[in-house]
Ligand binder design. Structure first.
Ligand code: ASP
Length: 442
């Protein structure tokens, strides 16, 4: 059994959190490959080291003094170094980085030093080998990861060094320069490493006990999701749930490596398991029929009605062409016999609403066009929705009993989600009602 672990910045913000990481790694011999972020916030209002590094770069660019900032960064690592009783010469590392700073130093190089230094410290603390990501994570000239080359390079390294700590967030370009991913990119490094070594599991350690069934800012103490498929995850994140980036999941999904989201502050909590599919027979018979609920505000529903519309061939196509001409992405198209609606994000029509309506009028000569603004879309996501008859009924009953007027209903053909539209004013209430409903098991 071989596990790849990635720890986020809040799990590596101080000596105290380093200690927790060590406990987690040592609790399981198969935890052999560890990817680290840069030190994150220790308390709310604190700065992430990566943010400090970007500030250093900005100061260099505008010829401002950056010594105070650089010292602040050094202090962060010195504190960890001291707390963990480390012996490596970290001052030499600082001096080396400092000596390379000038107007020509790339922003990616500077930003990457947060993970680089943290990996150095963590490697010593765990007694693992430090492996620089510039020595195995290759980008192509087009800026995309060269997966094959990176997989081969890391698996060769692991043959001789089975226990390693790797800095997240960056790799190397074909001409030898450091290149970072977008912010939060250490998740991607972890996933690439897991795929490279064909890990049995990729554990992504953060400061929450998994992905929550609903947004904790709306529902008090929501339950973490136990099992979620990649398809469900995509639905949830598209509708606003803050989960892993799609780029992150790609390498592990492709190799069917189970991905866990776990909590560094509660190491024994099960967390959330993400996989391509789950064996229904093995799943808890009492599992919840709703996997998660997420939603977004500020949509508009444009309803176009015309008597005997169903007999006019090409009517909807002509409408969609208008939206295409205005470059407006369409979210949903619920329809009935003599009318259909087009649901769009309000921000995409705000500036050209009148032009859009007049273009629709001239292309379609409808009887009426009606616009409802301030609409929230809420997705009820669950792979078990399709097997359970009567769920839609329960949802609508619950919403009706709570005086929530449903403006739109849509169910995807794959039946893993039901999307409803309600007034923005009912956004939070709807999510709470649905969450309470999701607590009921079948
Ligand atoms: N430290 C980087 C950031 O803050 C990358 C990461 O943490 O994943 O974005």
């Amino acid at each position: 059994m071989l596990k790849v672990l990635k720890f986020g910045g809040s799990s590596l913000a101080s000596g105290e959190t380093f200690e927790k990481v060590k406990k987690i790694v040592e609790a399981d011999k198969s935890r052999a490959i560890v990817i680290v972020s840069a030190p994150g916030k220790r308390y709310s209002g604190d700065m992430k080291v990566t943010d400090l590094l970007y500030l250093v770069q900005a100061h260099i660019k505008y010829s401002a003094s950056y010594d105070t900032l650089f010292n602040e960064i050094k202090e962060r690592y010195r504190q960890i170094h001291k707390y963990c009783n480390l012996t490596q010469d970290i001052e030499k590392e600082f001096d080396n980085i400092y000596s390379r700073l000038n107007k020509k130093t790339s922003v990616d190089y500077i930003a990457s030093r947060g993970e680089y230094l943290n990996a150095k410290l963590m490697a010593e603390y765990l007694g693992y080998t430090f492996v620089d990501s510039a020595s195995w994570l290759y980008f192509n000239f087009n800026g995309k990861v060269d997966f094959e080359k990176s997989y081969k390079a890391l698996s060769d390294i692991i043959e001789n060094n089975p226990r390693v700590v790797i800095p997240g967030f960056y790799g190397v370009t074909p001409d030898g320069n450091v290149k970072t991913f977008s912010r939060g990119g250490s998740d991607i490094t972890g996933a690439i490493a897991a795929a490279a070594v064909n890990a049995d599991m990729y554990e992504n350690w953060t400061d929450v006990s998994g992905i929550m069934t609903a947004d904790p800012r709306i529902v008090d103490n929501p339950r973490p999701i136990q099992n979620v498929t990649f398809a469900e995850l995509r639905e949830l994140s598209y509708m606003g749930a803050e989960v892993l980036h799609e780029e992150t999941v790609f390498p592990v999904r492709q190799k069917n490596i189970p991905l866990y989201i776990k909590n560094t502050n509660d190491m024994n909590a099960r967390g959330t398991l993400i996989m391509e599919a789950f064996d229904d027979d093995l799943e808890n018979k009492n599992a919840h029929f709703i996997t998660g609920i997420s939603g977004k505000k500020n949509y508009s529903i444009i309803t176009i009605a015309k008597n005997r519309m169903n007999e006019e061939i090409g009517y909807i196509r002509r409408a969609l062409e208008v939206f295409e001409r205005f470059s407006i992405p369409i979210e949903h198209i619920p329809s009935s016999i003599d009318s259909f609606s087009v649901v769009v994000s309000s921000s995409n029509i705000e500036s050209n609403m009148h032009e859009l309506i007049s273009a629709l009028n001239s292309a379609l000569s409808p009887d009426t066009i009606k616009i409802d603004n301030e609409i929230s879309l809420i997705a009820i996501v669950g792979r078990k929705l399709q097997a359970n008859i009567g769920i839609a009924g329960k949802i609508f009953t619950a919403l009706g009993e709570n005086d929530i007027n449903i403006k739109m209903i849509e169910q995807g053909a794959d039946e893993i989600n039901i999307i409803i539209g309600v007034d923005d004013a009912n956004f939070k209430k709807t999510i709470r009602v649905l969450y309470n409903l999701s607590e009921v098991t079948e």
